[in-house]
Design a protein around this ligand. Structure first.
Ligand SMILES: [Zn+2]
Length: 375
């Protein structure tokens, strides 16, 4: 590129654009991935524009421009990798080299972890440089903190230690159940039709339409659920309980279907931007440990400690404990009893009805009975 550009300069021809350089470079480095080649081209074009800028500045100041365009043809060059190709997996840094080029795997030091998201890697002579994005931690420390427990019947339970907002997950659950049922029915009808037939094509279209509609409905529900939390605790920092892996494996298939990890990670992403950032913490036993005295017991929908009498909806208990884990690194007893518990249904027109008070199980008796029966 350096030699070619020098010739173009000498001849006074038009300089290629970034896109033309990229097309030109395609396939010229068969041992490298396309991403790496593109990065080299981008670097070169950046150098050109920076040089032009410097020369113009010198000319404007009335001096003879001394900054030179790239002129030295180097034999070796650092190989850049974008974070789309370079990945860290199982303690190894993997640098792929495109089709047929193989992958270079470099073990990372065991005692050190990356300070942030990996952005760029460059492979130099005997050295590998990793560029990470380090989040600005300072402003977040000021924000008050809420704990959030993700669940099925209660999609989101959020608390700041005094009040709790519980968002019902029944709407989301119904959408998922409908999608799975209707999807299975349509699939079996599709299977009975001849391949390539008009009827089959129609059914396939219908299935996609149904799946699309369900996905939109689910997304809408998740947005409304997180919006309810964001409105109640605006500007708070969020600590989310990461579903316990072992517990997830133990539950049956029907439950596993409801606890969609996909919607959990979407909920976390939504909380992350609607509030002041979300952090995940492991949540083993968080909904079984008493926030008052620290004893552990299994409860149904409503948690009532047999030892100290601490009582709240079970998911709110989980949220209180997750908040403690995020704040102090472990669950801590002597947490105050929740003063206010608000139940929200995400698809209701007028959500956030205030029900229940301190110490009461929360909810109206009718709702309470409906919750406790199926568990
Ligand atoms: Zn207790």
């Amino acid at each position: 590129m350096v030699a070619l550009h020098a010739r173009l300069r000498r001849l006074g021809w038009a300089w290629p654009t970034l896109a033309r350089w990229t097309t030109w470079a395609k396939g010229r480095a068969p041992g490298l991935s396309a991403q790496s080649v593109q990065q080299v081209v981008r670097d070169f074009c950046d150098t050109l524009s920076a040089t032009t800028k410097a020369r113009n500045a010198q000319q404007a100041a009335g001096e003879e421009p001394t900054t030179r365009y790239p002129w030295k043809v180097s034999r070796y060059r650092d190989v850049p990798y974008s974070n789309q190709t370079a990945v860290v997996r199982h303690g190894m840094l993997r640098l792929p080299h495109g089709r047929g080029g193989g992958t270079l795997a470099i073990p990372l030091p065991v005692d050190r972890s990356l300070p942030g998201r990996l952005m760029e890697v460059s492979l130099a002579y005997g050295v590998v440089r990793l560029v990470c994005e380090v989040p600005d931690a300072v402003p977040q420390l000021e924000a008050p903190v809420i704990g959030v427990d993700l669940g099925v019947n209660t999609l989101l339970a959020a608390t700041d230690g005094r009040a709790a907002v519980l968002v019902s997950g029944r709407a989301a659950k119904a959408i998922v159940r409908y999608r799975n049922k209707a999807g299975a029915a349509l699939s079996s009808r599709i299977d009975r039709k001849m391949r390539g037939s008009k009827r089959r094509k129609k059914l396939v279209r219908a299935k996609h339409r149904m799946l699309d509609r369900s996905a939109r409905k689910l997304k809408d529900t998740l947005h409304k659920a997180t919006r309810a939390v964001a409105d109640a605790f605006a500007g708070h920092r969020v600590i989310v309980g990461e579903p316990f892996n072992d517990a997830a494996r133990k539950v049956g298939r029907s439950t596993a279907q409801q606890v969609s990890s996909a919607s959990n990670s979407r909920l976390v992403a939504m909380l992350n931007y609607k509030l002041s950032g979300a952090v995940k913490v492991p949540e083993p036993y968080s909904s079984q440990t008493c926030p008052g005295c620290g004893c552990r017991q299994k409860c149904r929908r409503v948690y009532r400690c047999a030892t100290c009498g601490w009582s709240a909806p079970r998911d709110a208990v989980g949220a209180v404990n997750i908040r403690s884990i995020g704040l102090y690194g472990a669950m801590r007893p002597q947490q105050p009893v929740l003063q206010r518990i608000v139940f929200v249904r995400p698809l209701r027109k007028y959500p956030a009805t205030l029900q229940g008070a301190a110490g009461s199980p929360g909810g109206t008796p009718a709702r309470e009975a409906a919750c406790a029966a199926p568990v």
